[in-house]
Design a protein around this ligand. Sequence first.
Ligand SMILES: [Zn+2]
Ligand SMILES: [Zn+2]
Length: 264
Amino acid sequence: MLITSMASGSSGNATLVCSDNTCVIVDMGISVRKTQAALESKGVNPKMIAGAFITHGHSDHASGVHSFRRSFHIPVYGTYETSDIYVEQRGGYGAYQEMGVELDNFIKEGEEIEIGDLTIEAVRVSHDARHPVSYFIHNGNKKVSVITDLGESNPLLEKRVAECNAIMIEANHDPTMLDGGPYPELLKRRIKGARGHLSNLQTARILRRAVNEETPVLLAHLSKVNNTPQLAIQAVHAAMRESGLKNERLHALAPYNDLREIRI
Ligand SMILES: [Zn+2]
Ligand SMILES: [Zn+2]
């Protein structure tokens, strides 16, 4: 299996996951042009994509769905609530807006969907959107994850992470950088909250319990303002060292433009 980040971070997210025979995309928060360029650079024809799975309705995960779906007639999956336009006036930050994604099929939390030779499971996460999920995708005895936009972990998520042969997971912010950074207090609280985003340390704790030294890991959705790839990697390395582990297959995606892939 191949897992490729086409874009990562608050400016847009899209991840390609392929077996030898089937490809799906998780999130479509970038333009069709950028998606096409990324797919081309990986030798994938957009018509080969069997489905797009949307984690939640924030625009950095869903803004490209409409044009992508129209251009390539690819079926789009997400939870029912993700298809609703929803605006919650709580401090006026854009993150409380959900754009109402055009979906072809609904997927429920806890449900598995089979497409080609891939099985995709949606697992509930805690984030300030309605019914957001992360996806676990498996082919035969190989399983990978695409986990972003969550403020805290949960037991099912950790169980699934421990089953993965490769992991893409958010490491959004360094708490010290966030605290001392330029964001308004309300936004800092939202990011740190249970329905916000994972800090480097939270991610490190999840990984420490789940991975071995051989597991490839991509740290994703890094904040451009409140994190650096170096700090994210340091935090995970430090947590793993405490468990006597050393992971050499750890990479932190630079915000937005980092077409890194892992192959298992
Ligand atoms: Zn996001
Ligand atoms: Zn979000």
